[in-house]
Ligand binder design. Structure first.
Ligand code: FAD
Length: 375
């Protein structure tokens, strides 16, 4: 029986598993990831307020794998030999017939002094360390920012930084110590969050003004030091810096022979196929796929792409043309700890819903609903 291999137990990889089984595929599936867990990044924003712990965000997958009849190979992919149909891991080399790559992105940590900034994209530990430092501070300046990958415009993630910024503002107000802190938002982009649409940028900047959050925009970043963020437009004094760097693709892909975009991602087509390599698909944050310049690097997009990759994989296996294309859809609730603002964008329309309490509840409900499948 053909071996289906999936790299990654994140959003894209697990949606691929569910879709394969839902479509009736009974072929053996092997999924490779360092640990049999799903890490639920979207709720990291609630760690500073003590609303989520590591255990809340790290979902064990053993039961899910058993239910779906998936063999989990505990390992980290080190290389791929597409022509030999082999994946090399730090725990052995495995053969495959069909491969779905969903191993996520890597963050570019090249700026000098980056070790002085906390990077929440790396998961629970840095976010908790940041939260503990913030809890111990009696006052000072807190800087929040995000960067990009100049060679891959879609490879940036600003949404969660807006959420940390507004969430921490709300938390400090609730703790009655907001007056002891200055909050500064910085971005090399003059219109940060532009991918969410022009109206959203305006709304986000208006919120910052309303809550006395200083902005430092449009200046190329030079680096960080213990008490400052350095930009070409001057320094920002900062006692605590939260920074989301731009993204690039998986390190192991570089020497694999797969087509790599200028920004370091694995190239795919509108059907999530890796051109020139039959039976190999790429989805989610690892991928560089065709679409508008605001094509989001989001869990939701990884899910949509994984469904498309599976449908095409099964079509090709049945000798039919792989014609399924993924839908481009940005859905983002910018949470502020007690409320949320909704941005919805497709190539045809953009919708912005103002800050409402019900959207905070919606984000909490969605987390429960999404994770229920894996528990
Ligand atoms: C703080 C934060 C908040 C976010 N909020 C939202 C949100 O509200 N909504 C939204 O839609 N998106 C959100 N995102 C983005 C979302 O988390 C990502 O877009 C999503 O995780 C991408 O899914 P993926 O499957 O491509 O990769 P991932 O979810 O990153 O999964 C990658 C998997 O591959 C594994 N892996 C990595 N390297 C290897 C290797 N070499 N070998 C084997 N396995 C490997 C990893 O362990 C992991 O299991 C947020 C991200 C962050 C950081």
């Amino acid at each position: 029986m053909p071996q289906i291999m999936i790299i990654g137990s994140g959003f894209g990889g697990l949606t691929a598993v569910k879709t394969l089984r839902k479509q009736g595929c009974r072929d053996p599936i092997t999924l490779i990831s360092p640990r049999p867990v799903l890490f639920y990044y979207p709720s990291l924003i609630w760690v500073p307020a003590g609303l989520r712990s590591e255990a809340d965000l790290t979902i064990p997958l053993k039961k899910f794998f058993k239910r779906e009849d998936v063999r989990h190979h505990e390992g980290t992919v080190m290389g791929l030999y597409p022509n030999e149909r082999q994946v090399k891991t730090d725990n052995g080399t495995l053969a495959f017939d069909k491969l779905i790559i969903a191993s996520g992105g890597r963050f570019i940590k090249k700026l000098p002094g980056i070790e002085h900034a906390y990077t929440p994209c790396e998961g629970y530990e840095p976010t908790k360390a940041y939260s503990d430092r913030l809890a111990a501070l009696e006052g000072g300046t807190l800087a929040f920012g995000f960067g990009g990958n100049p060679k891959e415009p879609a490879a940036m993630r600003g949404g969660p930084i807006f959420e940390f910024l507004f969430g921490i503002d709300t938390m400090l107000r609730k703790q009655k110590r907001r007056n002891k802190f200055e909050l500064v938002f910085f971005s090399p982009a003059p219109e940060p969050g532009k991918r969410l649409g022009v109206k959203a940028v305006k709304a986000l900047l208006n919120e910052m003004e309303k809550y006395q959050i200083r902005t430092h925009l449009g200046h190329k970043m030079k680096g960080f030091s213990e008490n400052a963020v350095h930009t070409e437009g001057g320094d920002i004094q900062s006692d605590l810096t939260l920074f989301m760097p731009g993204m690039t693709g998986p390190a192991w892909a570089a020497n694999s022979g797969l087509p790599i975009s200028e920004g370091g991602m694995i190239k795919g087509d509108a059907h999530c196929r890796v051109p020139g390599f039959e039976g190999i698909y790429v989805v989610g944050d690892s991928s560089s796929l065709p679409g508008p310049d605001w094509l989001p690097k989001q869990a939701h997009m990884a899910d949509l792409q994984a469904v498309t990759a599976v449908k095409n994989l099964l079509a090709e296996k049945a000798g039919q043309p792989a014609e399924h294309q993924f839908k481009t859809e940005l859905i983002c609730i910018v949470d502020t700890l007690d409320k949320g603002m909704l941005v919805y964008r497709t190539p045809k329309r953009t919708m912005l819903m103002p800050k409402l309490r019900v959207l905070n509840w919606a984000k909490r409900f969605f987390e429960w609903h999404y994770l229920r499948t894996y528990r």
